[in-house]
Design a protein around this ligand. Structure first.
Ligand SMILES: N[C@@H](CCC(=O)N[C@@H](CS)C(=O)NCC(=O)O)C(=O)O
Length: 225
């Protein structure tokens, strides 16, 4: 990647899964970036629901991405990812679908949307009812856990097609980057990987990649808010 590219700014949080996807994409694309950490809550200067961050993302969630090379500000991990792909991976060789046919593109998008609209939110709600809801709500927890498990069994079926190498045939794409941080946090939702051996194998492979390791290291070492 050309050295005249100015560093992008990734807005992140220490534990949330969504910013990691974008850090990983920046690593795969070999783009320079700095990380600005935020805390949850509404502290005006430091919080994702505070005035300073709401100027960047009125939805008050991370990730957000600022690109001084183009002036673009993005939020929602799907929008950040697709921005990076369009601008910095024009031929799609690094993160795009491996095939160029319409079915390849649809396959890419359906797994991307499955994570963004289903596995991620179901896991997020399971986590909420397990760890944060102020009153015990066993029905809600059961519902979201069942849905999360259902997503894992669907992912297991898909990963079997590549023997756990990548979610889509042909190698790692942005789709794998979307799934990795959610699946890595499976034990926080108390989802065991024992029934999903191919998911487990894929996760081990993902977490051995230097780009993934660098993304986690940089978020861990970024200055605290
Ligand atoms: N759909 C959004 C979800 C973003 C999201 O929920 N981010 C979490 C951290 S992983 C967050 O900022 N939570 C703060 C809050 O809920 O106040 C995306 O994919 O970017």
């Amino acid at each position: 990647m050309a050295s005249d590219i100015k560093p992008l700014t990734l807005h992140a949080h220490a534990t949330g899964p969504n910013p990691i996807k974008i850090a990983a994409a920046l690593e795969f694309l070999k783009l320079p970036y700095t990380i600005k950490m935020w805390e949850f809550g509404d502290d005006p200067e430091k919080g994702v629901k505070g005035a300073a961050f709401l100027k960047i993302n009125e939805n008050g969630r991370v990730p957000a991405l600022e690109d001084p090379n183009t002036g673009v500000v993005a939020w929602e991990s799907g929008a950040c990812m697709n921005y990076l792909r369009r601008v910095y991976d024009k031929d799609g060789k690094v993160l795009g679908p491996k095939g160029k046919g319409e079915q390849d593109i649809v396959d890419f998008e359906k797994w991307e949307y499955f994570l963004l609209t289903t596995l991620g939110p179901m896991t997020g709600q399971a986590n909420w009812y397990r760890h944060y809801n102020p009153v015990q709500n066993d029905d809600a927890l059961k519902r979201y856990l069942e849905q999360t498990e259902r997503c894992y069994s669907i992912l297991e079926g898909q990963l079997k097609k590549t023997g756990g190498d990548s979610i889509l045939p042909g190698g790692i794409t942005a789709v794998d980057l979307h799934f990795e941080p959610w699946v890595r946090q499976h034990s926080y939702a108390q989802v065991s990987l024992d029934p999903y051996p191919t998911v487990k194998k894929w996760l081990e492979k993902m977490d051995s990649l230097k780009e993934i390791q660098e993304a986690y290291r940089k978020i861990k070492e970024a200055p605290k808010p």
